[in-house]
Ligand binder design. Structure first.
Ligand SMILES: *Cc1c(COP(=O)(O)O)cnc(C)c1O
Length: 475
């Protein structure tokens, strides 16, 4: 298993393997019989960290401990050989595995897999960008002996600026892997026409940041699978509280946990979450069987984009209240969007929750507040569209800058997903590097302000926007 020489298993190693198999059996039963039966909020609060774990291994600590340790000591050579041969789970070295990142990974795997019948697993990464790299690189290996083997992939042109750079500059210009941009991801024919025998995966961001692009996940996944290709989704903007692409057929989900999943803003972090037994055209059974474990044990061991244990627990702590925060912030964003829609200084408002939005209907098929039907307050399924929106200020780029500079409560920062409202002008910040042509492709006009509404009272945010837009109208 997992490369290297054939390992000779000594009787001592076998004892460790047997003991660990008992533990893994108990863990699988606990997931299947207990955790998978919980509601979303309970999983978010507890994940896989149980009273038994705490008492047996962690001195009863009710909060997952932060293990700031580079490595683990072994009882003897048999345990070391079994651990380093990946025959038993271990914390051998924190670049590969650590108890704190373990609990973070399991919570994410379970939240993204909520409502999915199959199994999911996760691999933590040091950032969302590292998660994207982790998710796509394994599919780009050379299969033939020729290093000139043509390889391509499809990706939605409306995507995060960093993703555009990673695909366009790092993969396409520097590595010669062709990125075929999908300009209208709602058009299934465009996806279909761009696939050929050298395509390795399909990649889609939804809702996209900042353009709120969306596509029919189920149909794009079916198309990908018909060509034995995996579908990778960046679901950062939605979070698993509102959308779980794996439930709709996606193979891998990328999360910049930095954003709404960790709304406090305490640091940078990411993860990939994959379903087991995913679809891929490359001949690698271990990769297909358990993608997250595969990247954790091999490529990421060798590249090292791992998450720090301190960050893992800080972020995990934020995720416990994800559902109620996403509900609150989505409702406030709806109120702000409605206000801006009728404001004379605003040319256009983009929010998936507005019925006027061209992708409102499509998004409404996929974006639901998880467990709303089990919530006393609602008692039925309700759509929620997240807290990212954008609007164009009348009067062009200069007017947009004036309004932006007039904001008093809303923070000017290239950030989103925060518990505090934050705004940016993508053309001069997140999407500055890709140039005007790239921005045009991604649909980013120069007078666009991206706004991510936090958990303040929406009336205070509306008042701030109103006074700032008032300044923009003055000569
Ligand atoms: C921010 C962001 C990323 C990158 O994540 P980092 O944690 O900043 O590396 C990727 N995708 C989307 C949609 C993002 O908003």
């Amino acid at each position: 298993m997992y490369g290297g020489d054939e390992i000779t298993i000594t009787p001592g190693m076998q004892r460790y393997i047997d003991r660990n198999n008992l533990y893994l059996g108990r863990r699988d039963r606990y997931i299947r019989d207990v955790v998978k039966k919980w509601k979303f909020d309970t999983i978010a609060v507890h994940g896989l960290y149980s009273v038994e774990d705490a008492i047996e291994d962690y001195q009863g600590a009710i909060i997952e401990p932060i293990f700031m340790s580079s490595s683990q000591a072994f009882r003897d050579s048999d345990e070391m050989a079994a651990a380093l041969g990946y025959l038993i789970p271990s914390w051998c070295y924190s670049r590969i595995a650590n108890p704190s990142t373990y609990y973070y990974e399991w919570t994410l795997a379970l939240l993204e897999g909520y409502g999915y019948e199959g199994e999911t697993s996760a691999c933590s990464t040091s950032s969302g960008m590292a998660a994207i790299m982790t998710a796509v690189q394994p599919f780009l290996v050379h299969v033939e002996t020729s290093v000139h083997e043509p390889r391509n992939f499809l990706a939605t042109a409306q995507c995060y600026g960093g993703t555009f750079q990673q695909f366009n500059v790092r993969l396409q210009q520097e590595r010669g892997v062709e990125c075929r941009w999908i300009e209208d991801p709602t058009n299934l024919d465009e996806w279909a026409a761009k696939i050929d025998q050298n395509t390795r995966f399909l990649y889609g961001e939804l809702p996209s940041n900042p353009g709120l692009g969306f596509f029919d996940i189920r149909r794009v996944a079916e198309l990908a699978h018909a060509h034995s290709l995996p579908l990778v989704c960046d679901s950062t903007v939605a979070t698993p509280a509102l959308l779980r692409p794996i439930c709709h057929g996606a193979d891998i989900v990328v999360q910049s946990t930095t954003k709404s999943l960790t709304s406090s803003g305490f640091g940078i972090c990411g993860a990939i979450i994959a379903r087991k037994n995913l679809v891929a055209s490359i001949p690698n059974d271990e990769l297909k069987r358990d993608f997250a474990l595969y990247v954790k044990y091999l490529p990421n061991r060798d590249y090292g984009p791992n998450l720090h244990p301190m960050q893992a627990i800080v972020s995990l702590n934020d995720m416990r209240t994800l559902r109620s925060k996403m509900d609150l912030m989505s409702r406030s964003t709806m109120k702000v969007a409605r206000f801006l829609e009728q404001h004379p200084q605003v040319e256009q408002v983009e929010y998936l929750g507005l019925p006027s939005h061209p992708r409102h209907e499509l998004a409404s098929r996929y974006m639901w507040l998880v467990d709303a039907e089990h919530d006393e307050q609602y008692g039925k399924p309700v759509n929620r569209y997240g807290h990212l929106m954008s609007f164009c200020v009348r009067g062009g780029h200069e007017a947009a800058r004036k309004a932006f500079d007039g904001l008093q409560r809303i923070w000017r920062a290239t950030d989103l997903g925060r518990i505090k409202s934050v705004a940016t002008i993508p053309a001069i910040s997140t999407h500055q590097q890709q140039g005007e042509a790239g921005r045009k492709l991604a649909g980013i006009p120069p007078n666009l302000i991206r706004l991510c509404v936090g958990a303040e009272h929406p009336d205070d945010i509306i008042a701030d926007l109103d006074q700032a837009l008032g300044r923009a109208s003055k000569k």
